[in-house]
Design a protein around this ligand. Structure first.
Ligand code: FAQ
Length: 329
């Protein structure tokens, strides 16, 4: 069972594509070309396993850390119904992390190691969750537009080659669609509300636009992993195509609400059909994904705290708890 392989076993398999068995490699690639799924027990080259583990693990971390910016608003949500909906959404995001950690575990990396790599700052997670949700309007923009970006990515990649990841993505997308509706409803309420509410949502859009543009990853010409991942149908579209698909779907919807996207250069080129935009600051992106964003330290501190406080539950479930000693009378 691959599920019980340790990380060390995987590392010992070597990592050069040219070292892989050419017959097995040809069969593997033919299977992918035919649109069949690769399952955990199937042979796969080391690089496919490594890339998938990296990507699914980063995705799982993003969901669990992604619960935090909106989570900070649960106690301050405007009204009981909004609070209930926000709580349900945040809970869903944590559930998505569980599904994704399980999918990543099928590739051999134990969950404990993934969690340790997250809290020790070794693993990446999505850039967007390193920014604060300053006002209630930020939560509305996150739930609408970050979830929209996530759906564009996940619906596309759910048609990919690795069975457990695709099945997790399908399930996640059902729930994300509800999040998107919830976020849209909140943005519409604010955009059609009082002048103060309108201003609040406009300012939130201005804060979130650059991170959203970063969200789809660096431009294709700077992307490190896209070539391998597209070849093996892990990524079913490149970073730039996903960004374009998002702009195509959401720029008209944002403008319909009378909100102004903070990029004067943003326009669709009638000849190419492509959106032209000002490149977001890719140096900022690099800083943020490498640990130096406005909230990186705070986000990891919360996860470390949760790990420490929850350790006794884990021990109890694994039957590793200290035996109970009754106090002396
Ligand atoms: N943030 O060569 P590429 C959500 C890194 S879920 C941070 O282009 P790749 C739900 C990349 O890891 C959001 N790092 O990489 C929700 C690599 O670094 P490495 C998460 C990023 O993998 C909503 C380096 O840059 N979704 O939002 C980012 O081919 C609301 C080079 O980049 C997924 O994870 C980034 N944005 O393409 C939850 C989807 N972009 O590992 C709560 C699955 C790139 O070499 C509230 N992942 N990097 O050190 C993917 O589709 C891909 O991994 C990309 C990046 C497209 C993110």
């Amino acid at each position: 069972m691959y599920g019980s392989l340790s990380v060390i076993d995987i590392d010992n398999k070597g990592n050069r594509l040219e070292d892989e068995d050419p017959i097995k490699m040809a069969e593997f690639e033919a299977k992918i070309a035919a649109g069949l799924k690769i399952e955990p027990q199937d042979w796969m080259p080391y690089e496919y396993r490594r890339q998938l583990t990296r990507m699914i693990e980063q995705h799982a971390h993003s969901e669990i850390i992604g619960a935090l910016p909106e989570g900070t608003w649960i106690t301050r949500a405007p009204g009981f119904r909004r609070k209930l909906a926000l709580m349900a959404k945040v809970q869903d995001e944590v559930g998505h992390a569980q599904l994704l950690y399980s999918a990543a575990e099928t590739l051999g990396k134990p969950r404990e190691d993934m969690v340790n790599d997250l809290i020790n700052g070794k693993s990446k997670y999505s850039n967007v969750f390193n920014y604060p949700a300053v006002t209630w309007a930020d939560t509305a923009v996150i739930a609408w537009l970050i979830d929209a970006g996530a759906i564009v990515n996940q619906v596309t990649n759910s048609k990919g080659s690795y069975g457990p990841y695709c099945r997790a993505l399908e399930r996640i997308c059902f729930e994300e669609s509800f999040h998107l509706k919830y976020g849209h409803d909140n943005v519409v309420s604010l955009a059609t509300g009082t002048p103060v509410q309108r201003q609040m949502v406009q300012e939130a859009l201005e804060r979130w636009w650059p991170p959203i543009m970063h969200f789809f990853g660096p431009p294709d010409k700077m992307s490190v992993h896209t070539a391998h991942l597209v070849r093996w149908k892990v990524k079913m579209a490149t970073n730039d195509s996903m960004r374009q698909a998002f702009l195509d779907m959401y720029v008209p919807k944002i403008q319909e609400l009378g909100l102004v996207i903070p990029d004067p250069a943003l326009q669709k080129n009638a000849q190419t059909g492509e959106w032209e935009y000002t490149e977001p600051d890719w140096n900022e992106f690099k800083r943020v994904i490498n640990g130096d964003g406005p909230c990186n330290a705070e986000r990891l501190a919360v996860r470390r705290w949760a790990e420490e406080k929850g350790r006794w539950v884990k021990k109890a479930l694994l039957n590793q708890h200290e035996p109970y000693v009754a106090p002396l009378a």
